[in-house]
Design a protein around this ligand. Structure first.
Ligand SMILES: Cc1cc2nc3c(=O)[nH]c(=O)nc-3n(C[C@H](O)[C@H](O)[C@H](O)COP(=O)(O)OP(=O)(O)OC[C@H]3O[C@@H](n4cnc5c(N)ncnc54)[C@H](O)[C@@H]3O)c2cc1C
Ligand code: SF4
Ligand code: SF4
Ligand code: SF4
Length: 776
């Protein structure tokens, strides 16, 4: 940041956004840049040469002030137009940052004479160390001339003096760069079009070095190494000296967090460039599911000029999206938080709590950065664990971002957090079905601390063994297994589910706002890890709004009188209740509650096979098996299931595959697939010749994909849900009780009849859900 104080230009490194404009506009060449080891530049002012013209101060983006409240900034996005855009040439599309929208606009904007000049970046010899470049219709860049997203600092404005006067000028850059460019280019254009590269932070060179270290590449301390971010479709590959690492993995490293941030980025709360009057801003719609992995750019159009431009560019395929469709990709929680914290970073007057939280974050960041930099190359898993260390105090202080959609808001509490495919996929199905019915649905991200891996393993060790040493041994063996699955599922949850901010306590839950609060599917009303039910799943935190349940389950059949009394009391506050099992209907009716709408399907069964296949299309197909195979998906420990599966595979002379989130099942036979992505899990069931399972949701997916299956019932009264499901579709004959029941596997399921029943059940269940959504 540059200011004039006591007739002297004063520079503050900690607020410098590294745009480079000050040096470019200085008429006396009084400003020079000195490179630091982290790749950033420090500015030095030659006070002898300086004539105090203040041009440097005028262009410096660090001097701008935030003019809109965080809430207003975020809510103004509801009025914008959104497009998923890409270049119509698949090769170009794959090789750009996300979908190639920006380069297509620049290149074809010039070729079609929609603009007379563009100031943007071009690659240099030592790519990715780019520099600014003025392009004209006589000097149109090729797609390969312009860099893909460079996440470390680029002084984009240093070549601004090359721009000569044109009628329509387009400037391309991050929000801070646009601010500086516009001011530095006054008088060089009649009409200005601003294309903002959405940006929440630039990084120092250390982040690049860190990624390289993770890839085992030799990084000289100078800048002579080949590094390329993005490209190769979505999620893209980061390459160093030819070696590649998936972008997704890189983003999960501490690189993706707040380490190694350009100091000035902390005082920037305008990633969309709205406060600099951007016509469009372009980002990566990473959390919106894509029908293929070619990539798309998410274009937010802020002005009429922007809309006209998008419509006219040849070769740009744009598909309009609604606000609610793109909401998960906008990362508004993050944007809103950062904006709120800007005054604290600037040292201005603001809420004491935020000040303290920002201080904590700064301290944590410094500490973590130091640690991470000094660490030797470690397995990726280690860094991912480290990446989970988040400044909790700040998250606690700042309440979640307000939701401005005009659709009815439905917040769903369900068992989405356990590390298993059923929990994840039934939550995903609930969201898909609800949003198909025109409401804005979110999963309440309620995670009981005692259900996270460490506490869970501790509790299980105590339950299994009285001896303290045995407990310890169990924990040492079991914790890494549980934690690995937990990390994988955390990632899948954030990828596939639209969730609220994290709620750990009932007080956190009380802050949520919705029109309808819905208890979702699965064994939400049964005992938790601690052996007792959790009132949160009975919506005990809701004071206002409609309370309803869809496909909720008690999980078991027998409860003592005191529990039944409590259940009756809790459920009497609901407006409408639809449950998953017949025994639940009987229980509720026995309590003489009048709000029960009967039994409905589990949400996974509400989506058709074709709808689930849409998800499989985006799978990496890493575990796709070409030859016929029998698949085991087992939750319990019954050896009958494993032995039966081996017999089936041997008899049919086919491969046996076992899929599971937990490594300890590796010894139970079959080729083991450890914790694949949910899409690959679905693909494995869809393509199996036969599924052998004890899982309720495993059975649901066999039915959805019309896959042949047999079932070994789980022990205890939790098997009630499996029995109910099989009875509903006349499939009780699929149950295997002994090893001799080999005929069960040989007999084929008559899916024509099952599908007819399924269609009728789907219609009935959807009608019930519609009724719930129209409750007042
Ligand atoms: C520092 C930085 C941080 C970002 N953070 C996010 C984020 O948090 N979330 C998100 O969704 N998207 C982010 N993006 C945007 C995203 O990476 C893509 O730029 C965007 O999706 C456009 O993709 P595209 O395929 O249309 O761009 P392309 O057609 O590939 O064009 C890329 C354009 O970006 C320009 N460019 C590249 N690097 C820089 C740079 N450092 N400074 C100025 N211009 C540059 C190039 O000159 C080129 O014009 C960030 C980009 C940058 C540069
Ligand atoms: S005040 Fe003018 S002369 Fe002095 S450093 Fe800034 S731009 Fe250069
Ligand atoms: S933000 Fe830009 S203009 Fe301001 S001091 Fe830093 S490099 Fe110069
Ligand atoms: S976060 Fe803001 S200041 Fe930092 S590079 Fe991006 S637009 Fe510039």
């Amino acid at each position: 940041m540059l200011t004039l104080k006591d007739n002297k230009i004063i520079y503050k490194y900690e607020f410098c956004q590294q745009c480079g404009a000050c040096g470019a506009v200085c008429p006396k060449e009084a400003i020079s840049f000195v490179e630091l080891p982290n790749g950033l530049k420090k500015i030095e002012v030659d006070h002898e040469r300086c004539i105090r013209c203040k041009r440097c101060v005028a262009v410096c983006p660090s001097n701008r002030h935030i003019t809109t409240e965080a809430d207003d900034y975020v809510s103004s996005l509801t009025n914008k137009c959104f497009f998923l855009s890409h270049n119509n040439n698949d090769i170009i599309r794959r090789n750009c940052s996300s979908g190639g929208a920006v380069k297509t606009i620049v290149i074809n904007g010039l070729k079609q004479h929609l603009v007379d000049g563009v100031y943007s970046l071009c690659k240099t010899e030592a790519y990715p160390f780019a520099k600014g470049m003025f392009y004209t219709p006589d000097n149109v860049p090729d797609f390969g001339d312009m860099p893909n997203s460079i996440y470390h600092s680029v002084m984009a404005c240093t070549e601004i003096k090359d721009v000569h006067k044109v009628k329509t000028l387009m400037i391309v850059g991050t929000s801070c760069q646009l601010y500086a460019m516009e001011r530095a280019l006054v008088g060089k254009y009649e009409k200005l079009i601003k294309v903002c590269i959405f940006c929440k932070q630039q990084k120092t060179l250390d982040s690049t070095r860190f990624i390289a270290k993770m890839q085992g590449a030799e990084i000289p301390s100078d800048r002579n190494f080949k590094f390329a971010y993005r490209g190769n479709g979505w999620p893209g590959v980061v390459r160093i000296n030819g070696k590649g690492l998936l972008w997704e993995r890189v983003a999960a490293l501490p690189f993706g967090r707040r380490l190694w941030t350009v100091p000035g980025c902390n005082i920037c709360g305008d990633p969309f460039g709205m406060e600099v009057g951007a016509d469009i801003s372009v980002m990566d719609p990473w959390s919106i599911h894509k029908p293929n992995n070619l990539g798309d750019s998410l274009v937010t159009v802020h002005t009429r000029n922007g809309l006209e431009l998008i419509a006219q560019i040849d070769g740009l395929v744009s598909d309009e999206q609604s606000y609610s469709d793109v909401l998960p990709a906008l990362g508004l929680d993050d944007v809103w938080r950062k904006r709120i914290c800007v005054p604290a970073f600037k040292g201005e007057q603001c809420d004491e709590k935020i000040k303290t939280a920002v201080k904590t974050e700064k301290y944590q960041r410094e500490m973590l950065t130091g640690i991470v930099e000094r660490l030797p190359r470690m397995p990726l898993l280690f860094y991912r664990l480290l990446n989970k260390i988040e400044p909790k105090s700040r998250d606690k202080i700042l309440s979640p971002v307000p939701d401005f959609s005009d659709k009815k808001q439905v917040k769903v509490i369900t068992r989405h957090a356990p590390s298993n495919y059923g929990s994840l996929l039934q939550s995903l199905a609930t969201l898909k079905v609800l949003s198909g019915m025109g409401v804005r649905a979110q999963i309440i991200n309620y995670q009981r601390p005692d259900e996270r891996s460490f506490e869970k393993v501790k509790t299980e060790a105590k339950r299994k063994y009285a001896n303290a040493l045995k407990q310890l041994a169990y924990q040492i063996i079991r914790y890494p297994i549980e934690r690995y699955a937990e990390i994988r599922f955390d990632k899948m949850r954030s990828r596939y589910l639209d969730m609220t901010s994290l709620c750990r306590t009932h007080d956190d839950l009380k802050k949520l706002v919705a029109d309808i609060y819905l208890t979702g599917s699965d064994q939400v009303w049964g005992p938790m890890v601690n052996g007792i039910y959790d009132p949160a799943y009975f919506l005990s935190f809701v004071d206002r709004g409609v309370k309803a349940a869809y496909s909720a389950s008690f999980g078991r059949t027998k409860f003592d009188d005191a529990t039944q009394k409590a259940y009756r009391q809790l459920l009497s506050t609901y407006h409408k209740i639809a449950v998953r099992e017949n025994n639940a209907v009987e229980l509720i009716e026995s309590w003489q509650l009048q709000n029960c709408l009967g039994r409905v399907l589990d949400p996974t069964l509400l989506l058709s096979g074709a709808q689930w296949e849409e998800l499989i299309q985006v799978s990496t197909h890493k575990h796709k098996v070409k030859e016929p195979y029998a698949l085991v998906y087992q939750l319990g420990n019954n050896t009958l299931l494993s032995d039966y599966a081996k017999n089936v595979a041997t008899q049919r002379n086919i491969k046996l595959i076992r899929v599971n989130p937990f490594l300890h099942q590796i010894t139970r036979g079959g080729e083991f697939v450890l914790c694949p992505d949910a899409t690959e899990f679905l693909e494995l069931i869809k393509d199996a010749e036969i599924l052998i399972t004890d899982s309720f949701h495993g059975t649901c997916f066999a039915i959805v994909f019309n896959t042949q299956f047999v079932e070994v019932l789980p022990a205890g009264d939790t098997s009630i849900r499996n029995k109910n499901l099989l009875e509903m579709f006349g499939l009780s004959n699929r149950i295997v009780n002994t090893l001799d029941d080999i005929a069960v596997a040989e007999e084929r399921v008559d899916y024509d009849r099952v599908n007819e029943l399924l269609d009728a059940e789907r219609k009935r269940s959807r009608d019930v859900l519609e009724k719930i959504l129209t409750s007042d």
